[in-house]
Design a protein around this ligand. Structure first.
Ligand code: 4NP
Length: 172
């Protein structure tokens, strides 16, 4: 699979460490974290993955904000189990530690690159790049449309897992 002109790279070994990143780490990235963990659990692949989420804006981490009630509600409606997640700020250490940094929109990508002090990176991807219609996962903090965001997140996570299955050197 290609994003733009660049071939995506795969890490060689499990566990595959995946970090979902958005702005506030209370709506989209914890949603993606819970959806992807559930997908992986359903396929008995949890030993192959380490999954977490973070935000590029520090405020919610400083106030120790939990998952947005709208995200919790849409996860419940779609029978996705979840645990509480306290917002955490994305750091350079996260970048070094995780194999895949999956951002929700192009501004998140710019913010991540800014935090790590790089112009490009071969492990930062927009989640929707793993679907047939790349673009941004709309932020329900602004749109109020949590269900719409859930469907995008689900599609992105599903596409990412399929892509890993085809490309990573893992027996998934
Ligand atoms: P998220 O949405 O990036 O999907 O978590 C937001 C949550 C909080 C804020 C902005 C976006 N905020 O400004 O606090």
């Amino acid at each position: 699979m290609k994003t733009g002109n660049k071939e995506m790279q795969c890490p060689a070994s499990a566990p595959v460490k995946v970090l979902f990143v958005c702005l506030g780490n209370i709506c989209r990235s914890p949603m993606a974290e819970m959806v992807f963990r559930h997908m992986v659990n359903e396929k008995n692949l949890s030993d192959f993955f380490e999954i977490n989420s973070a935000g590029t804006e520090e405020y919610n981490a400083l106030t120790r904000a939990g998952i947005h009630p709208g995200t919790k509600a849409v996860l419940r409606q779609n029978h996705i189990p979840f645990t509480e997640h306290i917002a955490r700020y994305f750091t350079k250490k996260d970048y070094e530690y995780y194999d895949y940094i999956l951002v929700m929109d192009h501004q998140n990508k710019r913010d991540v690159l800014n935090i790590i002090g790089k112009e490009v990176s071969d492990k930062v991807f927009c989640l929707m790049d793993f679907t047939s219609h790349p673009g941004d996962v709309q932020d329900p903090w602004y749109t109020g449309r949590f269900e719409e965001t859930y469907h995008a997140v689900f599609e992105g996570c599903s596409g990412f897992l399929k892509w890993l299955n085809q490309h990573a050197d893992l027996k998934l």
